[in-house]
Design a binder for this molecule. Structure first.
Ligand code: ATP
Ligand code: MG
Ligand code: MG
Ligand code: MG
Length: 437
């Protein structure tokens, strides 16, 4: 991608109402533009990152056995009357009336709709276990939208819904999502700690939030330090029996403010291991049994031929919030430092003199070879001065910067910089390309 033909509206300074660094950097790096309070347009660079995060989330859902579908953003109010949540949900729900005076709402979550889909088609336990997920925009009319995409009103969520014949089987489904979440957040370069959590308006008794520690986080959290550094289990686990992996984690103290029990914390955790911190909720999983299936009559025939209410759980990831969380965890004075897995481009090739034929030839050769090797490349072919180009490259956080200029070329070398460490290597172009391939 040629930067001169791209759309990357960077800002010298962040608007003064952006209070936290991730929001400031998302605006400055040209990732998003605010259209209304808590409602953002995703500019091309931001969209590339959003798509990559979404894809990692999708892959880990599928690995855990969940099946993707896509439900609409608009839902009938009557569906929510069946579960009793239409009135209970309150002012966070955006209610809409169509030209026929039919009451609709912009979905803040999808328990009712997915239960309706399930009951329309599934009649027998033989179709279970089943886990359906989608990645779809949600709307919640937050009282205080703030911190950019971190607390938007319109935001992208992955939400999965599991259906099982009984509680024991539903707990296995819960464990699969628990482990999928550990793996997902690790792939995104984040340390996310599962914590005992309140279930809020979703309901149920078993629930964990996945929390990324950050000073700007909106939640107060309490946990055993060991959980922060515990590595993710990875994909090579026995997906039918994850209890030991889950127990190893939930056996250590970790709770959000609403669930915190100081006496229990002190009895379970040595003083030196107690961590009290702020955190960002990036995911939340729930087991709620028959809370929706009973009132909505989502029943299946069991092996004995008798109908029983299906046991359900739901599992959310804040896909758009994750951009903010990743930037909070990975930036410096100069800008964003994208983890390789989610970077909008793998490499930025910086042309230091666009009116020098040899430099242009070398740059274009580098771009072609990198792209042939499967790397995504942003080619800075603009006539901006070098200082400005370096500043932009640092700001937008591309993991590798390959700089080609007339002086180096005369000596047969280019410069390769790793954004995360600032380490710079001067080496022949071929060697630089080998490093990046
Ligand atoms: P919060 O406590 O931050 O308001 P929540 O508990 O209301 O979030 P859930 O219903 O658990 O949210 O939704 C699942 C996930 O969706 C959350 O863990 C979070 O990552 C994300 N999310 C929720 N609300 C927002 C929002 N307003 N903007 C961006 N992401 C959100
Ligand atoms: Mg909320
Ligand atoms: Mg919450
Ligand atoms: Mg939550």
């Amino acid at each position: 991608m040629r930067l001169s033909r791209y759309f990357l509206p960077t800002l010298k300074e962040a608007p003064s109402d952006a209070q936290i660094v991730s929001h400031q950097l998302m605006l400055r790096a040209g990732l998003i533009k605010q259209e209304a309070a808590g409602i953002y347009a995703w500019l091309p660079l931001g969209l590339r990152v959003l798509n990559r995060i979404e894809q990692i989330v999708r892959e880990e859902q599928e690995r855990a056995g969940a099946v993707e579908l896509l439900m609409p953003t608009l839902q009938l109010a009557d569906l929510w009357r069946e579960s009793g949540r239409y009135d209970a949900y309150g002012p966070e729900m955006l209610r809409i009336t169509d030209r026929h005076e039919r009451e609709l709402l912009y979905g803040p979550t999808n328990e009712e709709m997915v239960t309706d889909i399930f009951r329309s088609f599934v009649k027998s336990y033989k179709a279970l276990p089943l886990n359906l997920f989608h990645i779809q925009w949600k709307f919640r009319d937050e009282r205080r939208p703030r911190f950019g995409v971190m607390r938007g009103r319109e935001f992208l969520m992955k939400d999965a819904y599991s259906f099982d014949i009984d509680e024991a089987s539903a707990r296995k489904a819960y464990n699969r999502m628990f482990v999928a979440y550990l793996n997902t957040f690790a792939r995104l370069g984040l340390k996310a700690v599962p914590m005992r959590a309140d279930t809020g308006p979703i309901g149920g008794d078993l629930s964990h939030e996945f929390i990324v520690l950050a000073e700007t986080g909106e939640s107060q959290v309490f946990c055993d330090k060991a959980l922060v550094e515990m590595p993710a289990p990875g994909p090579g686990v026995d997906w039918d029996d994850l209890q030991a992996i889950v127990d190893e984690r939930i056996g250590k103290y970790a709770a959000t403010e609403e669930m915190h029990d100081e006496a229990l914390f002190e009895s379970q955790t040595a003083e030196a291991d107690r961590l009290t911190a702020r955190g960002i909720e990036v995911g939340h999983i729930f087991y709620f049994g028959t809370k929706y299936s009973a009132p909505m009559k989502a029943k299946v025939a069991g092996p004995d031929g008798k109908d029983t209410d299906v046991h359900m759980g739901s599992y959310g990831v804040g896909v758009s919030r994750l951009l903010g969380a990743i930037i909070e965890a990975s930036h410096d004075q100069a800008g964003i430092i994208w983890p390789d897995a989610v970077a909008p481009f793998d490499v930025v090739v910086i042309n230091l003199r666009v009116n020098d034929e040899a430099v242009c030839v070398a740059c274009e050769e580098a771009v072609a070879k990198l792209e042939a090797a499967g790397r995504s490349v942003l080619y800075d072919d603009t006539d901006e001065r070098p200082g400005g180009k370096f500043a932009t490259a640092d700001l937008i956080g591309i993991p590798w910067q390959l700089t080609i200029g007339p002086k180096g070329l005369a000596d047969g070398v280019v410069e390769l910089k790793r954004r995360a460490t600032g380490e710079k290597l001067t080496l022949p172009l071929d060697q630089a390309l080998e490093t990046l391939a």
